[in-house]
Write a new protein. Structure first.
Ligand code: DGL
Length: 420
């Protein structure tokens, strides 16, 4: 069994190495899954590049909203505290949602995290490169600016890919910083100064990776704090329901109730001596349903079996906000922030989404034009000359109607930035 695990680990490491080598071998950035390696030669020009943000889909726009609206620092002195000016006011963002290959949270359940890990490094390569596909037309274009930082807005992608991306960026000697939502979320737990136990709500994949319990424990430990009971609950339905996906017909409140109950039961199983008090919203979509999730815990406490198990007042940790603060600190430390009066090479933010590349031989689609589910989850890594999806500019027609409504109503800064 141990040998099998070691072999599997080795196999996955080799695939990340394949992609690292492929990008190195195509240093002009013309080939698929490659980038122009000279893009950061001029340190002065690097500061003027946009910040890349990626997610498995549109859920990461919650993180972008946090980035666009954060005001936790004085922009001139970099000291903590609001100054009435958004902290990233001068910066511009390039957002990418890998909509065609999502949900990322479900690859682990079918033992395809090897392919997921390759997808995640490909997301980073896309942001680093100039190559993107036009909305219409059979050839890629090379006019997208590279980025100076990568924010992994997806919890599942951070769980499975943060280390791979850091390893790749170091191997390519590319001077960009990489920030993931999980470390920031763990720091958010530390800063929330909760007194009870901790519960993590996330996708099935994020929970299977155990990244949150591990990172929270090491973050609290490093700060000299004792680590309380940490329970987790992975949901295969809540993110879809929040997006208004027709495959999840019940209300968000109903799915939230189911997950809250399951989390509380998982917490009980750990035989805790204090109530469950801090809830980590460990999936991009969950901050949008914070009210429903909190209401679910309040309803649970009406039942005798849960009254003493769940704290009367819960603290919610939104890793998106913590990520925005982390990015500010990292950019300042790396001296990559734009100085007063300076401008990004982009006038306004850019948005991209992946779609099936129907002309690729062997690709299989479902009735609605998306990648066939069995096809999607049976792919294997290492086929770097094969592009069954392509990254195109995001237009309103590409966002499912329910999701567009969600963005318009709940993420106003993003909506404005989309130019709607
Ligand atoms: N963005 C994912 C996350 O934060 C949720 C959606 C998915 O499974 O792709 O984990």
């Amino acid at each position: 069994m141990k040998i099998l695990t070691a072999l599997l680990l080795l196999a996955t490491a080799v695939h990340a190495a394949d992609l690292i080598e492929h990008a190195r071998a195509h240093a002009d950035g013309k080939a698929a899954f490659s980038f122009d390696a000279r893009a950061w030669n001029d340190a002065e020009a690097t500061r003027h590049l946009p910040i890349g943000v990626f997610d498995s889909g549109i859920g990461g726009l919650t993180v972008l909203e946090a980035l666009l609206t954060l005001d936790a620092f004085h922009n001139d002195t970099l000291q903590p505290g609001a100054d009435g000016v958004p902290d990233f006011a001068q910066e511009r963002f390039t957002y990418f949602g890998d909509q065609a290959n999502m949900p990322y949270g479900n690859y682990s359940a079918v033992n395809r995290t090897d392919y997921l890990r390759e997808l995640i490094v490909k997301d980073a390569v896309f942001l680093l490169g100039r190559r993107a596909w036009p909305a219409k037309g059979g050839e890629p274009k090379y006019d997208k600016p590279p980025v100076k930082a990568i924010v992994i807005a997806c919890n599942t992608a951070t769980a499975y890919g943060l280390e791979d991306i850091r390893k790749a960026v170091a191997a390519w000697k590319v001077p960009v910083i990489v920030v993931g939502v999980v470390e920031a979320g763990a720091r958010g737990v530390l800063e929330s100064k909760g007194t009870g136990g901790i519960g993590v709500l996330a996708t099935v994949g994020t929970c299977a990776s155990k990244v949150y319990p591990r990172t929270i424990a090491s973050t609290l430990g490093r700060a000299g704090q004792s680590v309380p009971v940490i329970a987790q609950q992975g949901s295969a339905t809540l993110a879809g329901a929040i997006e208004g996906d027709a495959a999840f017909p019940d209300s968000v409140s109903a799915y939230a109730m189911k997950e809250a109950r399951a989390l509380a039961e998982a917490y009980r199983a750990e035989k805790p001596s204090v109530p469950l008090q801090t809830i980590v919203l460990g999936c991009t979509h969950y901050p949008l349903a914070k009210e429903e999730i909190d209401t679910a815990f309040t309803a649970l406490r009406q039942e005798d079996a849960f009254r003493d198990l769940v704290a009367e007042h819960r603290t919610f940790v939104n890793p998106a906000e913590a990520t925005a603060r982390e990015l500010f600190r990292e950019l300042a430390q790396a001296k990559l922030r734009l100085k007063p009066g300076e401008k990004c090479v982009l006038e306004r933010g850019l948005f991209y989404l992946s779609v099936p590349r129907v002309e690729e031989v062997g690709i299989q689609l479902s009735g609605d034009g998306s990648l066939d589910k069995d096809y999607k989850y049976s792919r294997s890594p290492g086929h770097l000359d094969f592009e069954d999806t392509k990254n195109v500019p995001l237009t309103t027609e590409l966002i499912p109607a329910n999701s567009a409504k969600l963005v318009r109503e709940r993420l106003p800064a993003v909506w404005k930035s989309l130019g709607r």
